[in-house]
Design a protein around this ligand. Structure first.
Ligand code: SF4
Length: 213
């Protein structure tokens, strides 16, 4: 199984790297359309100024947040988005903890109703902040899967169903699977792939068809 091979190679990557569920949710918005490196600076700044909580953010002005998250790009848009989402949670439920007993369907309904939360962000929140068994699919995942089974074409739903089936809905494995795919995408399965050194080279159609010996 692909995940076991990745786990063997990368180990437990302890993803999502956050000290609280508020930080996971805020980080999932900040990471939209930018690299994690840029997000880390924004997170550090919010923490340094004691603003890394939904409660603190929900009562903040856009300028107060945007000044602290500049490194994450689209900072005005993200500041207003984070404030709006934080306020929606605080006003309706009080905190993430108070939402824990909600069925997954209700969480999906609530977060999907907030603008600025697309499928990838929603799945990250469900998996990492609420511990629900979902597969997070990003551009790295799509590229890796399309190369592994090249020339087969996949819909996101095919990738999602296969992961849930293979990992038997294990939240721990689903968390690390996504983290491992991101690492693989960043370090090996880049636009120009480094198949010679990739831990999946022996089970990859693309490597067999295109990489030189
Ligand atoms: S072997 Fe090459 S194409 Fe296949 S997953 Fe690894 S880097 Fe990507």
């Amino acid at each position: 199984m692909i995940y076991r091979r990745l786990e063997e190679y990368f180990g437990d990557l302890h993803w999502w790297p956050a000290e609280s569920d508020d930080e996971i949710l805020i980080g999932s918005i900040l990471t939209q359309n930018t690299s994690w490196k840029n997000v880390e600076k924004a997170i550090a700044r919010l923490k340094q100024d004691n603003m890394m909580s939904l409660l603190a953010i929900s009562g903040s002005k856009e300028d107060d947040i945007s000044a602290r998250i500049r490194s994450s790009g689209f900072y005005r848009q993200k500041a207003s988005r984070i404030i709006r989402i934080a306020a929606a949670i605080v006003n309706r439920y009080g905190s993430i903890d108070s939402m824990r007993s909600l069925p997954t369907g209700d969480l999906v309904k609530f977060f999907s109703s907030l603008s600025g939360i697309g499928q990838e962000t929603l799945d990250s929140i469900l998996l990492y902040a609420f511990g629900r068994p979902v597969m997070v699919i990003d551009a790295y995942t799509r590229r890796i899967m399309s190369r592994l089974d090249y020339p087969a074409q996949f819909e996101d739903s095919d990738i999602r169903d296969a992961a849930l089936h293979d990992l038997e809905h294990s939240v721990t494995d689903l968390k690390n699977y996504h983290a491992c795919l991101v690492e693989l995408g960043k370090n090996f399965c880049r636009k120009a792939p480094d198949c010679q050194n990739c831990p999946l080279r022996n089970e990859c159609n693309y490597a067999m068809d295109f990489s030189s010996p």
